[in-house]
Design a protein around this ligand. Structure first.
Ligand code: USQ
Length: 416
């Protein structure tokens, strides 16, 4: 199949491109390198050194013997989106190019508006361009389990049967998201569902859980590493816990630590996306997949990180800072995730094995985390009006720049 990936330079987009190429699919990427810029904006960088994009492309050619086609551009530009789709005519479009951080969206009004305007505009541009030039293509849209919130009942895959005043219907399950970012995904879901209905498009809305991990089988060379964020804005829970342990900082499950979420290893998330691509939705179908492997509380994950740290001679501690977010800290959580299994999903990695692998890699890049350790603490407060000034006032990085030749966080040097 020919697969277009928007956000190909990102944490998931890059390993997905490698995975699909290794499976014999043709891959075309789009990116505007905004993640590299925004991670710098909060004073951080990826723990893994990320080569400039031209170097990434050269490494793919050399290691995998495959070409990864690429268009640099922005989904906010409708002409660009339509032109790329018209030129490439993909069978599937995996849409990962959205602002993906809940804390980033909560910094202040500007970050909230940027998140929602960019995310909704990019999705609408893709939907309109698909209708115009490739209405048979299958859209695999990255959503989030966080759309549902944490209701006190089981969470179905998108829809449920309701009986009200003696009448029955199958309706979208109520959404109760926990950040402006998560709400942007709710609004996207409504737009994708509506577009499939009126224009007969095919779409899969992937309710993605929190991803953890650093490697996939295709990452056989350090030039092929994906990014690994550990700061409070861009890093996710378990990845952050391991980074904290590696530099001797306490592991930080927020508040009571009973927050339960669906988690999935990076490698298994790639497997799931491939399964969704290879088994497309039908014309007019809006299919929802709850994409996670198992649910854990952040306390449970902190404990796993602490235990595995000891195997590496690291005496990690666990602390509970007050929760900077507004969320239930102890709650029922029982989402259904049968559809992926129905498509053939099988867990390939056990949690502790992946945690060990992350420790091994992060110990190698410990100096890079150490150099940015000031960005590990939670600074963005959901209730506060001045998270932006708190972020700005944060102590500066003690050491500065990436080693020459790694490209560090430089965007696409020398790419037109
Ligand atoms: N948390 C801690 N300590 C930390 C960091 C996070 O206790 O140091 C807690 C948070 O309060 C939250 C949970 O861990 O209860 C998950 O937080 P997270 O930062 O790992 O993930 P989240 O903000 O929910 O967002 C991430 C991705 C997002 C994706 C989402 C899937 O950034 O793109 O959509 O996971 S889900 O969580 O299922 O909505």
């Amino acid at each position: 199949m020919k697969v277009l990936i928007t956000g190909v330079d990102g944490y998931s987009g890059w390993p997905l491109a490698l995975h699909l190429l290794a499976r014999g699919h043709e891959v075309v990427g789009i990116d505007n390198f905004v993640t590299r810029r925004r991670v710098s904006e909060v004073g951080s960088w990826s723990a893994t050194p990320i080569p400039s994009f031209p170097r990434r492309l050269a490494a793919v050619k050399e290691v995998l013997g495959r070409d990864l086609a690429f268009h640099r551009g922005d989904l906010q530009d409708f002409d660009f989106v339509r032109d790329v789709l018209a030129r490439e005519r993909p069978d599937a479009i995996v849409h990962l190019a959205e602002q993906r951080s809940a804390p980033y969206s909560m910094i202040d009004v500007h970050h909230a508006v940027t998140t929602q305007v960019e995310n909704l505009t990019g999705t609408l541009h893709l939907l309109y361009a698909m209708r115009a030039v490739c209405p048979d293509a299958h859209l695999v849209k990255m959503g989030t389990m966080g759309e549902y919130g944490t209701p006190n009942v089981d969470i179905p895959e998108g829809f449920f049967e309701v009986e009200f005043r003696g009448r029955k219907d199958t309706l979208p399950f109520p959404r109760r998201a926990g950040s402006w970012y998560h709400w942007s995904k709710v609004f996207d879901s409504g737009d994708v569902m509506f577009a499939t209905g009126i224009w007969n498009l095919r779409a899969t809305d992937v309710m993605q859980g929190v991803i953890y991990g650093i490697r996939t089988p295709e990452i056989t060379d350090r030039r092929l590493l994906t990014r690994f964020d550990f700061d409070e804005t861009w890093g996710t829970a378990l990845n952050r816990f391991i980074a904290q342990a590696v530099v001797g900082l306490p592991i930080t499950p927020y508040g009571k630590g009973g927050q339960r979420r669906g988690f999935i290893a990076l490698e298994d998330s790639m497997q799931s996306l491939r399964l969704a691509i290879e088994h497309p939705a039908s014309p007019g179908e809006y299919r929802v997949l709850n994409q996670f492997d198992a649910a854990y509380s952040v306390n449970e994950l902190a404990e796993v990180a602490r235990r595995v740290a000891a195997e590496f001679g690291l005496a990690a501690t666990i602390e509970h800072p007050p929760d900077p977010r507004v969320e239930a800290e102890d709650h029922y959580y029982q989402p259904i995730h049968d559809r992926l299994v129905g498509l053939g999903y099988r867990r390939t990695r056990e949690l502790e094995d992946v945690v060990r692998e992350i420790f091994r890699d992060l110990i190698r890049y410990r100096k890079r985390i150490q150099a940015r350790r000031h960005v590990l603490a939670a600074t963005t407060q959901w209730r506060s009006e001045d998270s932006a000034s708190a972020l700005a006032a944060r102590a500066p990085a003690p050491t500065a720049h990436p080693a020459p030749g790694t490209g560090g966080e430089d965007p696409a040097r020398s790419l037109a």
